[in-house]
Design a protein around this ligand. Structure first.
Ligand SMILES: [Zn+2]
Length: 366
């Protein structure tokens, strides 16, 4: 049977990225691969893998997709699911190979939801018959792909080791001391370029891995810890307060996710909605439609995210003074800036936002 086999390498390795390979096998090449000793890469030594990879590359049409650690982390922060990244890689490898050869059957090792790969395939790939089976690597085309993927992964990992002048080990169980050494030498922010941050290892070394991915939020928490409560502080100083009643206030987020990111908070320093009186609650909630109206008038957004984070595990920066976030959204604003750069790029200054919103709310300041 003429077919394409696909497999990946690196999903269980803390250091390095993810390699996905697709290999086309027909009657002739199948014999060549069998006589060379091609089998699942997990049952082969690294020298043998390297040797067989060359034979496969020389004899079979193939494609290799390599997702570097940094790109992997970006994808993970967006998709929040390693299997979806895998599926995306498999789909790209299949499509790249279909540009070189014509084939209607693809066999892949089964992982996650079977729909993931099918969903990730584009026009060309949608026409193929996709077979996902457990122990897929028993098929020689999948085994060949597993060898190419492992070889690509390992060679990228050794290039990384060389670049940083230290041994970045394979696997996920004996990586802690290497990761500690790496952070000691290059700083924790550099870790995202060499390791898959969602592994538990990251938390063991640097604490909350969100630190590496949402530094503007950490800054927010840091400022809050230093000054006590930013809401009580704002109520006193009036800084970035764009509207207030005697029970509630609307305040600009100093570390916004987007232009016009505001928060509604009660004046009283309380950490739970249950602690608010009916009057306070009503006054607070009335500010929601009012704020939406004003934000629409000033920013003309296409949508809003409105929400509350209660408690540190839920992502709350300030845990003991409740507040409701209102974030204006525009089509196309979900870019990778927040995870690539150190800070999110906000085109409008806070002072300018404050001025515009105060005018809209008709608030002259204290
Ligand atoms: Zn407070």
């Amino acid at each position: 049977m003429r077919r394409i086999g696909t497999d990946e390498s690196g999903k269980g390795d803390y250091f390095g990225g993810l390699a996905v390979a697709a290999v086309y096998v027909d009657e002739n090449t199948e014999e060549t691969l069998k006589s060379s000793g091609v089998k699942d890469s997990k049952r082969l030594s690294s020298n043998k893998i390297h040797e067989l990879a060359r034979i496969i590359r020389d004899n079979c049409p193939h494609s290799i997709v390599y997702i570097g650690a940094e790109r992997y982390n970006e994808l993970y922060s967006k998709l929040r699911n390693a299997n979806k990244i895998l599926a995306w890689g498999h789909a790209r490898a299949i499509e790249n190979l279909l540009l070189k050869i014509d084939c209607d059957t693809v066999i892949t090792d089964k992982f996650g939801d079977e729909k993931f790969v099918a969903d990730a395939l584009m026009e060309r790939g949608k026409k193929i018959k996709l077979i996902q089976r457990t122990h897929g690597e028993e098929d020689i085309a999948v085994a060949a792909a597993s060898i190419l993927a492992r070889d690509a992964f390992v060679s990228h990992l050794s290039a990384l080791s060389k670049k940083y002048g230290m041994d970045l080990p394979k696997g996920a169980s004996n990586v802690i001391s290497a990761a500690r050494d790496f952070v000691a030498k290059y700083g924790k922010d550099e870790l995202k370029r060499v390791a898959k941050l969602h592994f538990g290892t990251t938390n063991e070394i640097v604490g909350d891995y969100n630190r590496l991915w949402a530094p503007w939020r950490m800054e927010y928490i840091r400022v809050a810890d230093k000054t006590g409560c930013i809401f009580c502080e704002a109520f006193k100083t009036d800084k970035y307060v764009v509207y207030r009643t005697d029970k509630s206030m609307v305040i600009l987020n100093a570390f916004p996710y987007n232009n016009g990111h505001i928060m509604i908070a009660p004046v009283r320093h309380v950490g739970e909605f249950e602690s608010l009186t009916d009057e306070e609650l009503f006054d607070l909630i009335k500010l929601l439609p009012l704020s939406i109206t004003k934000l629409k008038a000033v920013y003309n957004p296409h949508g809003f995210n409105i929400g509350v984070n209660l408690g540190r595990p839920a992502g709350a920066g300030i845990i003991d003074h409740i507040h409701i976030h209102i974030v204006p959204r525009w089509v196309g604003d979900t870019n990778f800036m927040p995870v690539i750069g150190d800070t999110k790029v906000i085109s409008q200054s806070l002072d300018e936002s404050c001025k515009l919103l105060r005018t809209a709310f008709g608030y002259k300041g204290k």
